[in-house]
Design a protein around this ligand. Structure first.
Ligand code: F0G
Length: 477
C-alpha cells in the first residue's frame, strides 16, 4: 500500500505487513492469467451446481474474483448464504421512495456475522501455507468466526479479547467452539498490539484484517448485493466502521470490477463510526486527510494518536463491535472512500439504539454496531447527502442474538450484565473451556498459552489435526 516501496511478495508467504517498509499489504492479481467471466450474470451458472461446496458458498461461487487458491485448499463451511432484503416497511418509515432501501443481512452466516466471508479466505491461505495455530484479537465476532472455522477445519484457535469488552453471545461462541481464549486487561487496540507481537514471536497465523486474504473474502458481500439486484449497481452502500477491513474490501471489490469492465458504475460508500470511537470521522472530516494516490499524510494521523495517548483516551461505545480507536486498515479505507466517492459520519449510542429498535420492529434483528448503518442513513437523509429516491443497501453485519443484553437494556432498562452476581462457589460443565485472565504482557501471555518460543513450530501436534475425534465434525474437501 506504500507507492514509494511497492515491494511484492509471493502468495506462499505469510505476511501481515510489508517485510520492507512495514505498511499494509494488498492482494494483486494478474487478471490476464485468471479466467474471469465476461459478465457477472455468468456466475448464475454456479447455482445449478450447489451440491459442490465451492459453488454452494456465497464467497467461493465468485472464486474467479479472488483467484489465489486451488479449489482443493479451500476451507468452506457454507458461508455467505445471505440475502439482500427489500426493507419496504423500514424504508417507508424513513421516508424513502418505495422499494429503495435494502438490508444485506449478514447475520445469516454460520457464526452469525459477516466475518465468515473473510475467515473462509484467510483459513484457505492458512491451509496453503501449512499453518496449524491461528490467532486473532477481537471485539467478539472475529473470535467467534475464527473459533468455528478452527473447530471445523482442524486448526487450533487462539483468541485475545479485552476484559469486559465483548458481548456474551460472541464470547459464548469462542468458548463453546474450543478456542483458547485469553482475556487481556485492556481494550481491543491493546489486544491487537499484543496478538501481533505474540504471533510474530510464536509463528501463529494471524487472522485479523491486517491479513490481506481476509479482505479478499469480504469482497463477496458486494458481489451478493449486485446479485440480489440482478447485477444492477445500487446508489449507496452503507457500512459501520471499526477496524475498517470491511469497507476497505468493498472499495477493492468495486475498483477491480470497474477495471475488469464488469460494472458500468461504482456505488457511493458511507462509513458510519460510533461517536465514542470516531477516528475515521476525525481523520477525514476534521483533519482533512485523503487517499491522495497512496501518499496519505500519516503525520496528521500520528499526531491524533499521540494526543490520544497523552489524554489516556480509550474509545467507548455501546456498539462494542466497533469500539476501536486505531483502525489498522485506515489507509485502505481512505482508498475505498476515493474509489467509491465516499462519505464518513458518526452517530451516538442513543441514535444507534433507536435505529436498532426500528430495524427490529420491522423484522430484521441485528446487533448495535450493525444498526449504525440505519442511524447513519437517517442522518445522511436529513442532510440531503442521500436523496430519498436513491437506492441504498445497508450491511447488517451481525445477528441480533449476538448481543441480547443491549436489546434487553433498551426495552426494559435492566442492565443484565451488571445484574449477574458470580455465585459464591462457581460450578462448570465437564467440557468447560474457561477464559484465562492474563496480564497485558508478552511473557505472561506465552506462559498462559503453555507454549515457549523454542517448542513451537508447525510440526508440533495441536491435538486437532492429527487426531480428529469421532465426536467432532471434521471437514475435508
Ligand atoms: N459490525 C460488526 C458486527 C463487527 O463485528 C465489526 C468488527 C464491524 C461492524 C466493523 O467492521 O472492523 O471491518 O470495520 N468487528 C471486529 C471483531 C473488529 O473483532 O469482530 P470493520
Amino acid at each position: 500500500m506504500n507507492p514509494a516501496c511497492a515491494a511484492t511478495f509471493d502468495v506462499s508467504q505469510t505476511l501481515t505487513g510489508c517485510a520492507k517498509c512495514g505498511d499494509l499489504l494488498d492482494i494483486r492479481y494478474d487478471w490476464s492469467k485468471a479466467s474471469v467471466p465476461k459478465r457477472l450474470k455468468d456466475f448464475e451458472n454456479r447455482w445449478n451446481n450447489r451440491r459442490f461446496p465451492l459453488d454452494h458458498s456465497g464467497v467461493w461461487r465468485f472464486r474467479d474474483l479472488l483467484p489465489f487458491a486451488a479449489d482443493a485448499m479451500v476451507c468452506t463451511i457454507g458461508e455467505g448464504q445471505t440475502f439482500l432484503q427489500n426493507a419496504q416497511c423500514l424504508g417507508r418509515q424513513l421516508g424513502m421512495w418505495p422499494g429503495q432501501l435494502y438490508l444485506q443481512y449478514e447475520g445469516f452466516n454460520p457464526s452469525g456475522s459477516f466475518k465468515d466471508n473473510g475467515m473462509t479466505a484467510a483459513f484457505t491461505h492458512a491451509r496453503m501455507v501449512g499453518a496449524r495455530r491461528v490467532a486473532c484479537a477481537s471485539t467478539g465476532n472475529t473470535s467467534a468466526s475464527l473459533a468455528v472455522y478452527a473447530a471445523l477445519n482442524g486448526f487450533q484457535g487462539i483468541v485475545f479479547i479485552g476484559s469486559g469488552k465483548i458481548a456474551f453471545g460472541k464470547l459464548s461462541q469462542a468458548l463453546d467452539y474450543g478456542a483458547l481464549t485469553l482475556q487481556i486487561e485492556g481494550d481491543f487496540d491493546a489486544c491487537l498490539r499484543r496478538v501481533r507481537d505474540v504471533s510474530a514471536q510464536l509463528g501463529l497465523y494471524l487472522m485479523n484484517s491486517v491479513n490481506p486474504f481476509r479482505l479478499e473474502g469480504q469482497k463477496s458481500i458486494m458481489y451478493r448485493i449486485l446479485e440480489g439486484l440482478s447485477w444492477d449497481v445500487p446508489d449507496w452502500i452503507i457500512v459501520p466502521g471499526g477496524n475498517l477491513g470491511n469497507c476497505s474490501a468493498f472499495g477493492k471489490a468495486f475498483q477491480e470490477l470497474r477495471d475488469l469492465g464488469l460494472v458500468n458504475k461504482v456505488p457511493r460508500l458511507a462509513i458510519i463510526n460510533a461517536s465514542g470511537a470516531n477516528t475515521l470521522n476525525t481523520v477525514v472530516n476534521s483533519l482533512g486527510v485523503t487517499w491522495n494516490n497512496g501518499h496519505v499524510d500519516m503525520s496528521k494521523v500520528k499526531g491524533l494518536y499521540a494526543g490520544m495517548d497523552e489524554a489516556n483516551y480509550h474509545p467507548h461505545t455501546l456498539a462494542s463491535a466497533i469500539e476501536i480507536s486505531r483502525p489498522v486498515n485506515l489507509k485502505k479505507a481512505l482508498r475505498a472512500l476515493d474509489v467509491m466517492k465516499g462519505v464518513v459520519t458518526e452517530v451516538t449510542d442513543d441514535e444507534i439504539l433507536e435505529a436498532k429498535a426500528l430495524i427490529g420492529r420491522y423484522g430484521f434483528g441485528c446487533e448495535p454496531a450493525s444498526a449504525a448503518t440505519i442511524a447513519g442513513l437517517i442522518k445522511l437523509l436529513a442532510s440531503q447527502t442521500i436523496s430519498r429516491s436513491e437506492r441504498v443497501a445497508c450491511i447488517l453485519t451481525g445477528h441480533g442474538l449476538k448481543d441480547p443484553d443491549a436489546t434487553v437494556y433498551y426495552h426494559t432498562g435492566v442492565k443484565t450484565k451488571e445484574a449477574k452476581q458470580p455465585p459464591a462457589e462457581p460450578t462448570w460443565g465437564k467440557r468447560a473451556n474457561k477464559p484465562i485472565q492474563v496480564a497485558d504482557d508478552v511473557q505472561s501471555i506465552i506462559k498462559a498459552l503453555g507454549m515457549s518460543q523454542t517448542t513451537l513450530d508447525n510440526s508440533t501436534p495441536t491435538g486437532y489435526v492429527e487426531t480428529p475425534s469421532a465426536n467432532l465434525p471434521f471437514v475435508e474437501y
